[in-house]
Each structure stands twice: as structure tokens, then as C-alpha cells.
Design a protein around this ligand. Sequence first.
Ligand code: SF4
Length: 695
Amino acid sequence: MTRTHCPYCALQCGTRLEVSPQGLTVSPDEDFPVNAGRLCLKGWTAARVLAAPDRLTSPLMRPRPGTAQRPVSWETALDHVGAELRRIVRAHGPDAVAVFGGGGLTNEKAYTLGKFARVALGTSQIDYNGRFCMSSAAAAGSAAFGLDRGLPFPVTDLASADVVLLAGANVAETMPPLMQHLAGADLIVVDPRRSATAERAALHLSPAPGTDLALALGLLHAAVVEGHLDHDYVAQRTSGFDEAWRRAAEWWPERTERVTGVPVADQFAAVRMLAAAKRSYVLTGRGAEQHSKGTDTVSAYINLALALGMPGREGSGYGCLTGQGNGQGGREHGQKADQLPGYRRITDPAARAHVAGVWGVDPGDLPGAGPSGYELLDSLGRPGGPRALLVFGSNPVVSAPAARGIAERLAALDLLVVADFVPSETVRTADVVLPVTQWAEEDGTMTNLEGRVLRRRRAIDPPPGVRSDLWVLRELAVRLGQPGERFPDDPGDVFAELRRASAGGLADYSGIEPEYLGSTMDAVDAAGPAGPAYWPYPAGGTPTPRLFLERFAHDDGRARFRAVGHRDAAELPDGTYPLHATTGRVLAQYQSGAQTRRVPESMEADGEAFVEVHPDTARRNGLTEGRLARVVSRRGATVARVRTVASLRTDTVFLPFHFPGAGRANLITNPALDPVSRMPEFKVCAVRLEPLGTG
Ligand code: SF4
């Protein structure tokens, strides 16, 4: 039996793997407190992807552009990629090669990918799909608290909460085992849809898509005028309230109702519930974050929490429910365009000197900050843009906004290399495909949504022909003229180096002994003598399960209110596109679906693209339950099966984003970017509906 963690979401549920002649079986780890013996459908069936019939087991290459991918040896594939990268860098400079990573990569892979880009390629053009996930919450959390750790407290603290406000988080479908920790709390759910989580709420607030920020400002207004402001806390632990209040003062309840559709009575009910509770939390998810004003929206919710004196108090607080499995660790160790390991700013001279010292290079040779994920993808193959792209652990053909344009950008490249374990839609477009290991076949660490560093443990051998991402990166680095020892392919060696690189940074892992992680897996996961390995965990220090209890991470120890004002979504409904479209997830599928669409149980539960429409809206547009419809925006059209849902707003349709081909929800989404986080506006765009034949 091997104890490890689910390969999917940021909850990182503990699992036990049993190997038998019939294959691998997964069961929940009763002793891991985050899931406490529970898993969702995706976790129970995670072993299916290891044995996917179309698993990639050999490198693939196209002999010539436009021809089919053919199996080749590793040597042929790596030599070809190395030669092409050298040619492109020689002809166009290092920024002609770009790298796109993923929030599911282990810490060791994310760290090595960032180092590979900056040292072996010398490119600034690296970002990752976490930019599409929690970047707005990361930016708002950093601004407010001086540090971004999704939950600055253990998940299990939520179990004693009296009230939890969930803003744009459908926990019952995306992280079902988390619901056990919310069972004792009254839930306030902010979601335009009556989601599975909203069904269980004591109070459901249903703002029009794109008006979440106005609602958060209105809630702060209601809290202040009703006398719930925690004056002592605001005076002693925060700064900037007056400026923030001046903006929120404009959002009196009737105006908030007019803009958001949330009744005045519900606004007051929400703040009374929060203010009356002894222990309460505000948690945000993608629904609040994936907007062209996502950072401001999260800041407005943090402002509300600060006004009520919640963050930095045991039993209360603010947190972001990070989405991807290693969304937290993935943004800490250098695959983000503007960061170096340890959550350091790449523009900080001291950070550059420290990391360059660990890497054995001159700080002056490290490139600066590059473009964000969508901007990077959108620049591919354009004049002056990258000519080659390496993708690790991501499927942007399905997951990027305005997906048709991104597919065109990928097609314009001289070289597209994709490392993956299944033939995702992006793999199918690649010039070179490199088959790599997946979760139960590899060792490493993951950092879950609590900032808790966990051990991923190898239980089985990978199929013959498959290699680890770390090995691939070392082989490519050598072909680019790097000494092989600079790019270790043993996860333990990489973790040891990562600890040194992170030392002194915000996300300091230097106190986590590799043996500590290893030995504790045999007892209680990562619960060693000093307790679970929550960062920051400096060498010679102790882990930090709860942040901010004494002081926030800004130099003056205070949290900052951010003065933010509402603005409309980048695109509003009009005569041609009269409805809001919003996107999200279903329980059975994960992210772009590249993994879960290979799981029969997931496909049986939810196996094709659909669009939720209110029955009146369906009637008005000539749509029939169970038939196909086209959902058309200014960027294109997607095809989905109609599901009529009486609880949905009549001005809104909902599409899950897990499905490929003509059913890609991202064919219609708007790439308008948040000015701070550079998050695209996945959550709202304007569309019209058209019936499609009799399918
Ligand atoms: Fe896996 Fe997340 Fe489901 Fe837990 S909640 S089993 S980590 S997908």
C-alpha cells in the first residue's frame, strides 16, 4: 500500500494505492484530515488515466510540417528539439522560445521548468495556466496581506465556523470532500446560478454575471451603515479604510440592487449573518476571480472581511480556494512570468542575486519579467513574437480563452513541443510529443490550497518508453550546452535545491527536510514532530499553519484595504448578443478534461458539452431540451446540448469548459484581461442562442 494524494484539485485529498494483478485501486486515506476518508468521483477513478488505452508511450514527431505524427526514439526527438531550439535562438534571440507550464506539475517540475527557461534558454517568455486560475486572488491577497497563501489557515479550521460566505465557489461540485468541513456553518453563497452549493446555502445571492464587484462594495456599505465595522481591529491592524470606504459609500443598497439584482433585504441579511457570527470566513473562488476586474473584486471581498475584523483571527478569516492540484506550489517556484523561486519578484535585485547564486549563474544573465499567459500565447508566431513553444502539463487549445485564435497562434509556430501523458488536444497539434510520467508513477511534492507541502509518492513503474519531465528537461538542457549536473533529474535532489532557492523568500521551504516528508508518509501524512509542513517553514524554525495571527506580512504588520470601484464587464449584452454567458465546472470532469474524459465513469456522468438555459429563454430562442444549440459570441460559436434549468437567471446561460472540439466553451469566452493579474474574463461575455437542427 502506498499513501499519496489525488492527482487532481488543490484539496489534494489523501489516498491509499493498492497494487494487485488487476491493476491499481484508489481508496481514501482516513488519516489525512483534509479529506478525512472521503473522495469525489474523480479521486476514486484516478487510476483509470494511468491505464488509458491511448496513453502516450513513445515520442512522436512529424517528419515534415503537415504530415502525421510518427513514433521516434527519444534520442531522435530530443536531438531534433535541441537543434531546432539552438537554431531559433541563434537566428532570433532567446525570447524567440517560449515555455508554458501547468498548475498540476509537482513543485520540483515547476521549479526546474522555470530554471530551464531562464538558464538553459535564457528566455523571459514563460508563464503557466495558473494565470487562468487564481491569479486575481493571488494579486489581491498579496496587496492586502503582503503574502499570498490560498488559505492562511488549515482547512479543518472551517469545521468550527458559524458562517461562511462563498463568493463564486461551487465547492459541492468542485471539491466535495471540503463540504464536510462546512457542514456546521450557515453558508452564504454568491453565484449567478443556483449551483449545487447554493442549494445547500442558508442564503443565496444571485448577482447578474459581471456585477460581483458591485455586490461586494454594497455588502461593505451595508456592514458599515448598520454599525458592524470593527473599529478597534481596523485601527490597530489595518490601513487604508477611509479611501476604501469612500468608494463603497457610493454603493448604497438600492443602487446595489439595481445593478446586481440582489435584493436590499438579502444584502443586509448577509452582513448581519457575518457580523453576528463568532467565527466566520469569506472564501473566494473562480466565480469572483475570473473577470477583467477580478483583482478588484477579490479586494472588495477582502475589504469586507477586514471591516468585520476577520483575517488574522483564529477561527475567522479570508481565503482563496485555489483550483489546480499544485496551483499554490506552481506559483511559488518560478514558472510564473514575474517570479523566481520562494515567491520572489524577478525584478528584485536581491532575489535575483540569491537565486542566481543557487543556480550558479550570473544574476545579470537572468532575463526579466515576461508577458502573462494569455499575452504570451497570443503573441506566438507574430512578428517579433516567439517562434517555438514548449508546453508542460497544460492543454491551452481547450483551456485558453478565445480558443480559436490560440489554435491559430500555435499553428503559426516553427516548433511546438508538448510533454504530456495522454494525447490532449494540444498534443495533437504538436510537432514533437514527449510522453512523460504521471502521478502514481513519480515522486515529488505538491503544495495544497492550505500551503501544506505534501509528498507525492511513486507506487508503480511508468510504461516502457515514458520518461519523467525532470529527465526531459535535463536532456534538453544538455543539448542547449548546459552541464547536466546543473539540472538534476532526481526529485529529492531538486527538492534539496528548491529549499535553498526558497530560503528567505515568502514561500520559504528551507526547514522542510526531505527525510521528514518521506518518513511521515509512513505514519500520518506530513505530520512530523513539528506538525504538518505548512510554509513558511524556515530552516531551524517551525511550520506556520496559521498566518497573520500576530501581524500581516507587510513591513508595518498591517493589512491594507484597497480602494476599488465597480466597472462593467468588458462586454455587455446588446441587441445582437442579448444574454450573459458564464462558464464553470461539473463534478465529474477536471479542467480541460484531458484526463477525466478518458474515465468511463466521468463520461457516463457528464460526457458532452451542454448549455444551461432558463426554460423561458429556451422558448424565446426556439431551443428544445436535449437538442443541440449554437452559443454565439463575437469570437465564435460553440455547440452544446440544451439543458433547461428553472432556477437559472433568464438573462444568463451557463457552459462547462471541459469539452473539446466544437463544444469548447472557450470558443466564445472573452480574453479581456484584468489590468493587475492579467486574468482573462472567463466568467462573462455576451452571447446569442441559435437552435441547431434536430441533433
Ligand atoms: Fe481529488 Fe479534488 Fe476530488 Fe479530492 S476533491 S478527490 S483532490 S478531485
